[in-house]
Design a protein around this ligand. Sequence first.
Ligand code: FMN
Length: 164
Amino acid sequence: MTVLVAYASKHGSTAEIAEAIAAALRDDGLAADCAAVGDVGGLGSYDAVVLGSAVYMKHWQGDARHFLRKHAKELAEMPFWIFSSGPTGDPAEDDAAWQEPKRTVAKAEKLGVRDHVVFGGRISPESGRMAKAMADNTPEEYRDRRDWDEIRAWASGIAADLGG
Ligand SMILES: Cc1cc2nc3c(=O)[nH]c(=O)nc-3n(C[C@H](O)[C@H](O)[C@H](O)COP(=O)(O)O)c2cc1C
């Protein structure tokens, strides 16, 4: 059983989430490859897929959306999961409409996605003018909201589902 963890990440924090998911799957006895969506040649050698993207302005990255479209037929015939990475700032002010890439989730649900989860993201001032402005307005403790225990637990659920 080999799982592909494919991701789209502009500034690296979603890539690190994908790596953590792949590592957790391996810890649970599965083989797992982790790659940027653009580096994936095909799904032929995989039994299951985890696809994730950073969310910008309420949308997945274009290359992740393209991946979902391009491989729709194959994904519909295999177990697959998706995750989004995005929210930073005070969790009390989280706004589902800002976090959830609605149309992408709807498309994935049509294809039979087993689960969709939104993980906290990371905003870093080095990631451009907009990011710097956002980071400056975000208390330091909420600039990186990635919860590694939550991420590993989600991956372990996938491994259990796949019999790992
Ligand atoms: C210009 C800009 C727009 C963003 N838009 C959203 C958004 O619509 N929803 C959300 O949840 N997070 C949003 N974020 C936060 C990012 O998704 C978060 O920083 C994410 O972890 C970035 O992932 P990456 O490092 O893999 O690119 C935005 C960040 C920036 C800088």
